[in-house]
Design a binder for this molecule. Structure first.
Ligand SMILES: [Fe+2]
Ligand SMILES: [Fe+2]
Length: 165
């Protein structure tokens, strides 16, 4: 490892932060309104969307010409599945005036299903894709990704390559 904070490490750290935000929600007793209870979760869901965006826009394109073409296609399919679940979960949380027990139960169940998808996804992405990032991206691409990790935002209206799949 040439740098103390290489990009693969930073991307893996994002996985852990996103997982933790979703897990925390499933363990937090809903003492407040649904909106207040879910606020940290909503931040985590936005972080997941941004993570998917930065992978598809900055990480995958320089890697997908060679042997990683198929594994990246699998990653994109799974991003598409996650994106649709994010849409459904955010829609569920949106109307916080309708704060019912079944709604809370549905939100927790949706989070647990999302965590399962993330676990299956990250356990492939971390060993198969991320080891290529630091050695194979150009210096310019690495600088752009490093900068995005600090300050970047998902462009409004962006959707993943396989969101409809
Ligand atoms: Fe991913
Ligand atoms: Fe990832």
């Amino acid at each position: 490892m040439s740098q103390p904070t290489d990009l693969a490490t930073a991307l893996t750290a994002e996985h852990h932060e996103i997982d933790a935000a979703i897990e925390r929600f499933t363990r937090t007793p809903p003492a407040q309104s649904l909106g207040e209870w879910a606020r940290p979760l909503v931040d985590g869901l936005h972080a997941l969307r941004r993570h998917i965006y930065l992978e598809e826009d900055l990480v995958f394109p320089p890697l997908k010409q060679g042997a990683l073409r198929m594994p990246i296609m699998v990653m994109e399919n799974e991003h598409g599945q996650m994106w649709r679940r994010l849409d459904a979960l955010e829609a569920l949380l949106e109307h916080d005036d309708v704060d019912t027990e079944p709604k809370r139960t549905a939100a927790i169940q949706a989070c647990n299903e999302l965590l399962e998808l993330l676990s299956a996804h990250n356990s492939k992405e971390e060993p198969v894709i991320y080891p290529h990032v630091d050695p194979e991206l150009s210096d310019a691409a690495k600088a752009q990704l490093g900068e995005f990790l600090v300050t970047g935002r998902t462009p409004a209206g962006w959707t993943p390559a396989r969101a409809e799949g």
